[in-house]
Design a protein around this ligand. Structure first.
Ligand code: SIN
Ligand code: CO
Length: 375
């Protein structure tokens, strides 16, 4: 896909990173010219009925809100509380629609390791999820209809206690705009915002990012290290001397244990290996669909040579130096680094550059449902 210079309102991608990313909001009119969304409402409601789809329905009555997790049925949209203002949110549209995956590729100027997913919201007039802030950066791209966005750089981020959604107790809008099809608003993390649907069937696409907390990354790293540890030795005390208090944990014991624990060490390569696995690990609810009728290895190679291959929409592939990771695993393939890089960066390998040397590994990925034939 050719680069869309208007996506960031004519600002260069490096300029955007320098001046806006994680710093300040950016409103872009006509970010994607002619954009009117990726999915029709009826198809979205159908998707939300599916067990494998992460859908939420936010219903609103005055200042009170409730939240219903999917799968959703038609009757869920009819409020029993005398109000019919609601918003449907569906996550991971990029897993369910090829056009969703293609849209995310326009945001390739942010590393794939930071990307989370594409969410879509559908709201009736007046619908929204309330004034709130997110911990992550987001690009809010308007599909069909119009949405009024109010934003505020306020420091007071106190939430209404006990609410089923994260709603700000006080919200003082500082700027507001009505966004129409193809308009886009970038918001850095922790920027207060409120989006209210103006017309019927307003659909907004959120390109969301992720940034783990220190606590999360450290905890996960320790889990990784636990699986990797292979330490020698056992506690010993041939010099044991009589203790006054048999119940006391003695100093000598503490020192020896401390040096045993100090054997837990790691280096940069452990961090790289951990990150490759952790950042590509599929979320718990994501599963892969192995081919219903897998073709033989020979047929696979012929098909790949003529049609190319691409990552399954749910697949996540990253690399550092010579190490490639796909869906939580290290890629066990020597050579073909250039093509693995193409696959990781663009999610596909064109037929004309396909190399048979990598077909053994590709076939395994195909059998696991990580890879599809045809670009
Ligand atoms: C929405 O699309 O209604 C909510 C998106 C957001 O505020 O993060
Ligand atoms: Co938000």
């Amino acid at each position: 896909m050719p680069m869309n210079k208007q996506l960031l309102g004519g600002i260069g991608r490096d300029e955007f990173l320098r001046d806006y990313w994680q710093k300040r909001p950016l409103l872009v009119r006509n970010a994607i010219l002619g954009f009117n969304g990726l999915i029709e409402p009826a198809a979205l409601f159908e998707l939300a009925e599916n067990e494998d789809v992460q859908a939420r329905l936010v219903r609103q009555k005055g200042k009170s809100w409730d939240l219903l997790n999917g799968p959703l049925e038609a009757s869920d949209y009819q409020s029993k509380r005398g109000s019919n203002v609601w918003t449907l949110l569906v996550q991971e549209l990029n897993h369910h629609l090829p056009s969703g995956e293609a849209l995310l590729q326009q945001f390739d100027f942010i590393p794939h390791a930071r990307l989370d997913d594409l969410m879509v919201s559908y709201a009736v007039p007046g619908g929204g999820v309330g004034p709130h802030f997110d911990s992550y950066d987001v690009f809010l791209l308007q599909g069909r209809g119009h949405r009024r966005w109010q934003i505020s750089a306020q420091d007071d981020l106190t939430l209404i206690p006990g609410a089923p959604l994260r709603i700000l107790q006080h919200f003082t809008p500082e700027q507001e705009w009505v966004l129409g099809p193809g308009d886009m608003l970038y918001l850095p993390p922790c920027y207060a915002h409120n989006g209210i649907a103006v017309d019927d069937g307003c659909m907004t696409y959120s390109i969301g990012f992720r940034a783990p907390t220190t606590q999360e990354i450290a905890t996960q790293f320790l889990v990784y290290m636990q699986d990797k540890l292979e330490l020698e030795g056992r506690y010993q005390d041939p010099d044991l001397v009589l203790q006054v208090h048999p119940a006391e944990i003695g100093d000598a014991m503490i020192e020896q244990m401390q040096s045993m624990i100090a054997q837990v060490q790691w280096g940069r390569e452990d961090v790289v290996d951990f990150l490759g696995r952790y950042l590509t690990e599929p979320k718990p609810h994501v599963y892969f669909q192995p081919p219903r009728r897998a073709v033989s290895f020979e047929k696979f190679v012929l098909a790949a040579q003529s049609k190319g291959v691409r990552l399954a929409p749910q697949s996540h592939m990253l690399f550092h130096a010579e190490s490639y990771y796909l869906n939580g695993e290290l890629v066990a393939l020597q050579g073909c680094r250039d093509l693995l890089q193409v696959l990781a960066d663009t999610r596909r390998i064109d037929a004309r550059v396909f190399e048979t040397a990598m077909s053994g590994w590709l076939y395994e990925a195909y059998i696991d449902g990580y890879l599809l034939v045809g670009v």
